[in-house]
Design a protein around this ligand. Structure first.
Ligand SMILES: [Zn+2]
Length: 239
């Protein structure tokens, strides 16, 4: 969808400013400067952002010590990411909007669920896929975000950019590096567009799990993701 971001900004600014101020930590305002708007406009058409909250329904993903489900946190972050995409006039598609699987609930199949998500992504043109997950480890020490990217140049560029931004804004002590997906992640191996999977943090780490459940931190993550998306699409080499 081609958008005149300048006019869109004028039209939406009053109604959206209050929402943004309520939702948005100050770093997002730093991340998404007017320069980003102008540069993003210069590199139109902006791709569709496909937001995929991992798991859902009978598949809750990782579970924290207090019973919190990864699938719920993934969805909460995804909804905030969609809200920010809407604010910036970025065309978007949210793969699930509630606690459901994309497979048949009665005869759940993880493969069918992943295949459905893959088919949704591959049915769209000029898109970028962002999958949202939380990590888990047998011991409680591991922490920090990690971005995994499909093995192609565009995904690598988006993945490394997003990972760096997550570290710079949210986990400055994180020493992890963005990782290529190899063939370990079905969707990342089978989608045709630039694609990343974001492990936002570790649910097995008590203090990080508490942060991941907080609305403010979820908004911070969503802010970094949309900021990284805009930075990536500024690059005219993308088009
Ligand atoms: Zn997961």
């Amino acid at each position: 969808m081609i958008l005149d971001i300048k006019s869109l900004k004028k039209r939406r600014i009053l109604s959206s400013l209050i929402v943004l101020l309520l939702l948005t930590p100050c770093f997002i305002l730093i991340t998404l400067k007017d320069n980003d708007y102008n540069a993003a406009k210069a590199s139109l058409p902006i791709p569709l952002v496909i937001i995929d909250p991992g798991h859902g329904g009978v598949d809750s993903g990782a579970i924290a010590a207090d019973g919190s489900k990864e699938s719920d946190i993934n969805l909460a972050i995804a909804l905030k990411l969609r809200a920010l995409a809407e604010f910036y006039g970025i065309d978007n598609l949210l793969i699930r909007q509630e606690d459901i699987t994309l497979s048949d609930t009665a005869s759940y199949s993880e493969h069918r669920d992943l295949q459905c998500r893959t088919d949704i992504v591959n049915a769209k043109e000029n898109s970028i896929y962002i999958s949202i997950h939380q990590n888990c480890y047998p011991t409680g020490q591991a922490s920090g975000s990690l971005v995994i990217y499909s093995e192609n140049d565009k995904s690598e560029k988006l993945g490394k950019l997003t990972h760096e931004n997550l570290i710079n804004y949210l986990n400055p002590d994180n020493r992890r590096l963005a990782e290529p997906a190899g063939n370990k992640f079905f969707i990342l191996s089978h989608v045709e567009c630039p694609a990343i999977l974001v492990e936002c943090g570790f649910m097995s780490n008590f203090s990080e799990s508490e942060k991941l459940k907080s609305s403010d931190y979820q908004t911070s993550i969503a802010g970094v993701l949309i900021g990284s998306f805009i930075q990536y699409t500024q690059d005219t080499k993308y088009i």
